[in-house]
Design a protein around this ligand. Structure first.
Ligand SMILES: O=C(CO)COP(=O)(O)O
Length: 256
């Protein structure tokens, strides 16, 4: 089956309201380049969600970078899934390597977030990936398998079908070093096989699996051109509207 490719920006902890407004205006001016053959989203800081909901071109959906698994209550500093739904948020990242490494999120916490996002009617983007030490020790397959299986532990197979997974090798994030297209395709192929074994081939064929790690306009087409890779989760290169549009054009122009 053919899966619709995705271009998802992750702004991380970047952009004041004015900067977010400038981005949205500039993207709006070029929105004719955001063709319907691809799904687009920006995962922004909470503080920019409302503005982006109003200002982003209609083709670009809204994403958040985190959520707490409880619905309400005494959890100072946290944001719940119903609050994100209020803003029209469609996607929420779960298990980004920065949340795992800097904020100590465990596979169990991430699994709770994934099911919370799904139950609220949004789409989780479950992020997985090995560190350089794990890769060099030959543990990539093992690490990624554990992250995928534990991240999905609370979902039914009908829910898994609609989910998005992002393979982001930690050593490729923000470093300018990408995985080779073949290496990324191989790991993503393993992830799809895990979904076949755990759920079914029909489920596995529906799940979009993205590559992330130093993706930009001049390399995204080669990733998306690989039959296993369904798009990009992009940090640095999603911060400028021109570069976001450059990636959209590259996907559109690529052979898929
Ligand atoms: O972490 C990433 C996206 O979630 C990737 O970041 P970069 O594209 O800046 O390497």
């Amino acid at each position: 089956m053919s899966r619709v490719p995705m271009l998802i920006g992750n702004w991380k902890m970047n952009k004041t309201l004015q900067e977010a407004r400038d981005f949205a205006q500039r993207l709006g001016q070029q929105s004719m380049h955001l063709k319907p053959g691809c799904e687009y989203a920006i995962c922004a800081p909470y503080t920019s969600l409302h503005l982006l909901r109003v200002m982003l071109p209609a083709q670009v959906q809204l994403g958040a970078q985190n959520v707490y698994h409880e619905v309400s209550g005494a959890y100072t500093g946290e944001i719940s899934a119903p609050m994100l739904v209020d803003f029209g948020t469609k996607f929420v990242l779960a298990g980004h390597s920065e949340r795992r490494a800097i904020f100590g999120e465990s596979n169990e916490m991430i699994a709770r977030k994934v099911s919370t996002i799904m139950k609220a009617g949004m789409t989780p983007i479950l992020c997985v990936g090995e560190t350089i030490a794990e890769r060099e020790a030959g543990q990539t397959e093992h690490v990624v398998k554990e992250q995928v299986l534990s991240g999905l532990a609370n979902l039914e197979s009908g829910e898994v079908e609609t989910l998005v997974i992002a393979y982001e090798p930690v050593w490729a994030i923000g470093t300018g070093k990408t995985a080779s297209v073949d290496d990324a395709g191989q790991v993503i192929g393993w992830i799809r096989q895990i979904l076949v074994d755990q759920f079914s081939s029909s489920v596995a064929n529906h799940v979009r699996i993205l590559y992330g790690g130093s993706v930009k306009a001049d390399n995204i087409a080669s990733f998306v051109g690989h039959p296993e890779i369904d798009g990009g989760l992009v940090g640095g290169a999603s911060l400028e509207a021109d570069s976001f549009v450059g990636m959209a054009k590259a996907i559109e122009g690529g052979q898929r």
